[in-house]
Write a protein that binds this ligand. Sequence first.
Ligand code: B12
Ligand code: SF4
Ligand code: SF4
Length: 236
Amino acid sequence: MIDEGLAAGGLNVQAVADGAPYQDVLPGCRSVVVYASGGRRLWERFVERCKADPAWVRERPHALDLHVRSLVTGRPGRWVFCSPTESTFVDFRLLAHAAGVGHASRLGLLMHPRWGTWMGIRAACFTTESIEPTGPLPGDGPCAPCDAPCIATCPVGAVAERVDIGRCARFVDEEETCKGGCLSRRACPVGEAPYDALEQAWHTDHARGRRLLAAHLGVDLGEGPPSGWGAWAKKG
Ligand code: B12
Ligand code: SF4
Ligand code: SF4
């Protein structure tokens, strides 16, 4: 079932969910193949691409999402991307959980057995083909026996049995403390390849991440987007 080409590109977590709940996405849907990136590979391939062709960082809004789209181009099925530019909304944590990509965690993120929460869900392929579902995973996952440093680490007590996303979002908005990434996610012992500062910045604040990536690659951004990422995205 594993698409080795996509795995080599960084979509290295692949799993299948029953398609029955997704008739609104694809009438007659029988299976959904979920693609996620665990660890660093997708990001490293993306940075290599930006290095080879700086237009990727200079001119393309949501360039990592475009990169993912380009990886699957030409493959059959109805593709939906986990991206702000996608017009079809899918609750990807629920879908990936059903497919057995990982366990639910106290952080509210899906936790892969190997990559922990350092896993981005990137896309799903909805198909009328019948493929044996691979999930959900058995057992409670790593949170049950853990003494939860994620709870103690959050400076505003937003992590408990579930995350208080409103409290978290207000704090992230108003204070500098978590602008470089979620401290509780960093404190979690599960996962073997946490993002570095650059990848974290990209996933936390696209405009800042883009500036840092350009600086890292020595790319001159010129004047950049006219007024905010949104306006720039519409141009693209
Ligand atoms: C909107 C959004 C946000 C909003 C939060 C809004 C919210 N209410 O949660 C903001 C901008 C704050 C945000 C922040 C982050 N997000 Co976000 N976000 C999304 C997005 C686009 C939609 C989520 C959503 O609204 N779902 C629908 C509503 C109805 O769901 P809900 O009410 O929250 O929850 C329902 C179910 O989902 C379920 N449920 C709730 N929590 C969980 C957890 C699990 C594991 C499961 C199985 C089910 C489940 O219960 C609810 C009732 O049914 C998804 C991508 C996507 N399309 O799914 C990414 C997504 C969930 N985010 C992701 C990430 C990584 C983050 C950040 C870490 C980003 C960062 N800054 O580094 C933070 C972490 C915040 C946190 N601790 O949870 C990843 C999670 C990957 C993973 N391993 O699980 C996703 C899947 C994007 C991706 N490309 O992978 N996010
Ligand atoms: S620190 Fe422990 S309780 Fe918190 S998310 Fe990680 S495994 Fe779960
Ligand atoms: S981003 Fe900061 S405030 Fe939000 S859950 Fe993580 S540590 Fe807590």
